[in-house]
Design a protein around this ligand. Structure first.
Ligand code: KIV
Length: 293
């Protein structure tokens, strides 16, 4: 016979365990899949996508109910301070992606294949993708480009990995473009973009990011496709929107493109909090009696 005391201890251990378990595994949450995104387009429901590069931020964004988290190669700019997205490596993307995947209960996690890991070599593209899927536990990959990377996309899809396309301003080609201004203003480039969008759909991509193109072109492309388009600087008629989280929250202070809406000015908020902390430390105000052992 166990004593009442022992019984209470066991009960306590059981409830602590259950609490920890329910905090880390939300079995009641329905995960977003590529099929759900396509159904959202069919129903006219907009898709909300944001970037994430680390566990803590991804946890907040997922808890808020974002549909897709993109582990973008913009980590090269935002997390590492590089001028372009070109320097980030596959190992670094896997590190960021695995942190995000560990945080997420609901959102679909899409990971950018970084520059130099897929262009012009479909075998390499598949090897890079397999590393991302196996080592990070990602749900899908994103590649920049149209018909010219068809072979790589085909090979990745054949391996059973969902692919998101990316057309318009493709930052990995910045040295070809020479500037980050709006793409496809000219008829010829707009026609090529429409052609590429259809190729990506035909190949089997589940969605396409359209970056910095005229709003009327986004509308035309979105109406021509059954797969969803996700706009960034592409106007309201894309089937969803994506922003770089650090831009949206005002952590990156100097980046002010017209398409960006800042929902917070976190640079100032964090700076002020840090200044207050420094003052408290210097004045011996922190820690107080209650904040020590
Ligand atoms: O890397 C990134 O953050 C992106 C988005 C801007 C779409 O590709």
């Amino acid at each position: 016979m166990i004593s009442v005391f022992k019984f209470l201890i066991i009960l306590r251990m059981f409830s602590d365990h259950n609490q920890t378990f329910s905090m880390s595994v939300h079995t009641d949450v329905k995960r977003v899949t590529t099929h759900i995104l396509q159904a959202m387009k069919a129903k006219g429901e907009k898709i909300a996508m944001l970037t994430a590069y680390d566990y803590s931020m991804a946890r907040i964004l997922d808890a808020a109910g974002v549909d897709v988290l993109l582990v973008g190669d913009s980590a090269s700019n935002v997390m590492a301070g590089h001028e372009t997205t070109l320097p980030i490596t596959l190992d670094q993307m896997i590190y960021h992606a695995s942190s995000v995947v560990r945080a997420v209960n609901r959102a679909l996690v899409v990971v950018d294949l970084p520059f130099g890991t897929y262009q012009g070599n479909s075998k390499l593209a598949l090897e890079s993708t397999i590393r991302i899927m196996k080592e990070a536990g990602a749900h899908a990959v994103k590649l920049e480009g149209g018909g010219e990377i068809a072979e790589s996309i085909r090979r990745i899809l054949k391996a059973g990995v969902p692919v998101m396309g990316h057309l318009g301003l493709t930052p990995q080609s910045i040295y070809k473009f020479g500037t980050y201004t709006v793409r496809a203003r000219e008829e010829a480039e707009a026609e090529k973009l429409m052609e590429d969008a259809k190729i990506l759909q035909e190949l089997g991509c589940f969605a396409i990011v359209l970056e910095k193109i005229p709003a009327h072109l986004t509308k035309k492309v979105s109406e021509a496709l059954v797969i969803p388009t996700i706009g960034i600087g592409g106007g309201v008629d894309a089937d969803g929107q994506v922003l770089v989280t650090h831009d949206m929250l005002g952590i990156t202070k100097d980046f002010q493109p017209r398409f960006l809406r800042r929902y917070l000015e976190l640079f100032e908020v964090i700076q002020k909090a840090t200044e207050a902390y420094i003052v408290d430390v210097k004045r011996r105000d922190f820690p107080s009696d209650k904040e020590q052992y």
